[in-house]
Write a protein that binds this ligand. Sequence first.
Ligand SMILES: NC(=O)c1ccc[n+]([C@@H]2O[C@H](COP(=O)([O-])OP(=O)(O)OC[C@H]3O[C@@H](n4cnc5c(N)ncnc54)[C@H](OP(=O)(O)O)[C@@H]3O)[C@@H](O)[C@H]2O)c1
Length: 270
Amino acid sequence: MNILFIGGGNMAAAIIGGLIAKDWPAAAIHAVDVLPEALKRLEQQFGIRTSGDGAAAARNADCIVLAVKPQQLRDVARSLAPAIAGKLVISIAAGIRGIDLARWLGPAARIVRAMPNTPALVSAGITGLHAMPGVSDTQKRDAERILAAVGTTFWVGSERDLDAVTAVSGSGPAYVFYFIEALEQAALELGLPAETARQSALATFAGAVKLALADSADPATLRARVTSKGGTTERAIGLLDQAAVKAAFVRAVRGAAERADELGDELGKD
Ligand SMILES: NC(=O)c1ccc[n+]([C@@H]2O[C@H](COP(=O)([O-])OP(=O)(O)OC[C@H]3O[C@@H](n4cnc5c(N)ncnc54)[C@H](OP(=O)(O)O)[C@@H]3O)[C@@H](O)[C@H]2O)c1
């Protein structure tokens, strides 16, 4: 299967790197970008083919991955329309709905929307996928295989669920960084040296996640195990509850999902 990436930025480079690491032949990967430096970098790093003309390259591709910024997608999709009938088109652009993409690409495009996240850059991503009507089982398997190159994948049954995926795992790394920042700030305020504060915050998050993945107990049980009666953790969690941190966090993620829906409206115009 020949894969064409339209847009050779961060996400495309992560997926291409993942495919090459999984022994996908470099000769079967092609990338198109408007920036000559981006193309040179991809050629040198991965040995893939590159060019500047998306419509020409799309004629020889079996699958096209749209990896440009959402604001750029409408023009890109319209320019590809004549070359993609019946082909699998995977859009990783946040917020652009399948129905709008189908209007720009034409009804014969077979569209899968994918929502990866930035840990894909270190092969630890998680990607939610949604297939629009007309996508065959083989094409679904192909889409899954491509995104699985940078982490875990799962399918959702509706585009609305993709808004939830965007809010949870798409934006999710930022929430984790936010809590890492908070723990680091607390460590500094308690007098630890800067390097130790950073290291402690990062290692604590990495270690806790590793433990949660290795243990079948749910997170609430894991938390209860480190919260002894009258102890330090109990005091801290009590203060978090008093400040309604969990409720505020849930509201924040809901807000992100609402924003994903709004972006769908804004970006899908005309
Ligand atoms: N980063 C994330 O966490 C994340 C997560 C999920 C999904 N996504 C989605 O992934 C997509 C790509 O994100 P990214 O971070 O990889 O963006 P990026 O680094 O900006 O890459 C996009 C590349 O496409 C180029 N481009 C623009 N117009 C083009 C055209 N007409 N033909 C070919 N190439 C063109 C851009 O060039 P210029 O810089 O000159 O415009 C840029 O080099 C976005 O739609 C984003 O929503 C990102």
